[in-house]
Design a protein around this ligand. Structure first.
Ligand code: HEC
Length: 413
């Protein structure tokens, strides 16, 4: 005689569900952060039980797209199978509260800055108006740091004034003497004059280092002790703002907060990028492959990867050639989602030897089956706007604290 089936488990909110929400969801699902609703209490969460089930079973939430077969990441926020089962069973068994006494203590989230109290804050000096509809050119804002000495940055956070409209923001460090955007106004936001043809606007190209890239789901960088990013004395921060219209006319005033390292670091973080801007994606192509290869001139330790494509972006791979035909996959993103541009931070740094062949590959879906595709009939090239495409693999590396980006790229003969 078979044993009677065990009764279906009935997970309850306080004991089983809340710990998962605290660990994996409240980062965004709390007031003032990017998610539209909070999951701090039973009352807040109960109405969403069915939607939560759906979102976690389909792995739409939490946003995390790295193929688990490759690499280990420090900021992996994906749920385990058990956690998914618990949330699904909770929704299926009536989404019960359980006993409040079993609840973990509420997680003590910071209000405002997530990096602690910043040592310096740089804010756009004026609200920038975003129309209800239509494309907005990238806006540039030059913010003078007025640092009289070199500064090492251990933490940085970008806080949009209006999260709904800021699609992404790049904070560049314009080193003293750089001619990039020289003569442009400080403070107020300005677009660049139109570039020619389909090539990127030459004036938007720079070799300046990047302090950080803000995207929804990636709003701060906190480096480990002994690791920092340098801002040379007299540098300016250049904010590149990409706004998207939301259906309502609105404004934004974004700020950047930074925390200085208290002691000089051993290693400096450099943000590098390797991309391809010469592709032509044929109309209707469901799986168009665009790749770029290169080598580094010096050894560096890889610590983070951030693939960047637009609405037709479908998948992305970072590959490393170990020689003798052995290809190592550093990161594989199978379901690239334009709305979530995630910085995948390696659990342990990976040495990239000078001269090692690196290949980044992006796949694009320009077919009508891609629900985000603005126009399957279009032949698509490189461009800044969402209906154009990009293929860039950003990557953060650690180098000796004495090296600048320019020195790192001097090739030894
Ligand atoms: C990195 C930020 C982030 C994290 C972490 C996150 N969410 Fe979300 N979530 C969002 C945002 C933003 C939205 C609204 C936009 C969207 O639906 O993509 C959302 C929407 C949702 C929705 C509504 C989906 C729908 O179909 O309308 C549910 C349900 C949800 N999240 C559940 C969760 C659960 C459960 C977790 C944790 C296991 C979680 N989220 C973790 C940011 C996040």
């Amino acid at each position: 005689m078979p044993a009677p089936a065990a009764p279906a488990p009935k997970p309850v909110f306080y004991k089983d569900v809340l710990p998962i929400l605290q660990k994996r969801c409240q980062e965004c699902h709390r007031p003032g952060e990017i998610a539209p609703m909070s999951f701090r209490t039973y009352a807040e969460t109960r109405p969403w039980a069915k939607a939560i089930r759906q979102a976690v079973v389909t792995r739409k939430m939490p946003p995390w797209f790295a193929d688990p077969a490759y690499g280990h990441f420090a900021n992996d926020r994906s749920l385990s199978k058990t956690e998914i089962q618990t949330l699904a069973d909770w929704a299926d068994s009536g989404a019960l509260a359980g006993d409040r006494k079993d609840a973990p203590p509420p997680r003590d989230w910071p209000s405002g800055w997530n990096i602690g109290t910043p040592d310096a804050v740089f804010e756009m000096p004026a609200e920038f108006p975003i129309p209800a509809s239509g494309a907005v050119d990238y806006q540039y804002v030059i913010l003078a740091t007025r640092f009289a000495e070199d500064k090492w940055i251990e933490r940085v956070e970008v806080r949009p004034g209006n999260r709904a409209t800021v699609h992404h923001a790049v904070v560049y460090i314009r080193e003293p003497g750089s001619q990039w955007l020289a003569g442009e106004p400080g403070g107020v936001a300005f677009p660049l004059p139109p570039g020619s043809g389909h090539r990127p606007n030459p004036r938007s190209l720079t070799t300046s280092d990047i302090l950080m890239v803000y995207t929804p789901g990636n709003s701060s960088e906190i480096w480990s002790p002994g690791i920092a990013k340098k801002i040379e004395a007299g540098s300016d921060l250049i904010l590149q703002m990409h706004y998207t219209a939301t259906g309502t006319a609105t404004t934004d005033r974004t700020s950047i907060g930074i925390v200085f390292a208290k002691t000089p670091p051993k290693q400096a973080v450099l943000t590098l990028q390797m991309g391809n801007d010469r592709f032509v994606i044929p109309p209707g192509d469901p799986d168009y492959r665009v790749s770029v290869t290169g080598t580094l001139p010096n050894d560096a330790l890889l610590i983070g990867l951030l693939p960047h494509m637009h609405l037709r972006g479908k998948a992305f791979e970072y590959l490393l050639d170990r020689g003798n035909g052995a290809i190592e996959t550093l990161l594989k993103v199978n379901y690239y989602d334009f709305h979530w541009q995630i910085d995948y931070r390696l659990a342990t740094p990976r040495l990239l030897r000078a001269g090692t062949r690196l290949e980044w590959v992006g796949y694009f879906d320009n077919s009508a089956n891609n629900p985000r595709n603005p126009d399957p009939a279009a032949e698509v090239r490189f461009g800044e706007q969402s209906w154009e495409e990009m293929m860039i693999g950003f990557f953060d590396v650690l180098v000796d604290a004495g090296l600048t980006k320019a020195k790192f790229f001097e090739r030894k003969r």
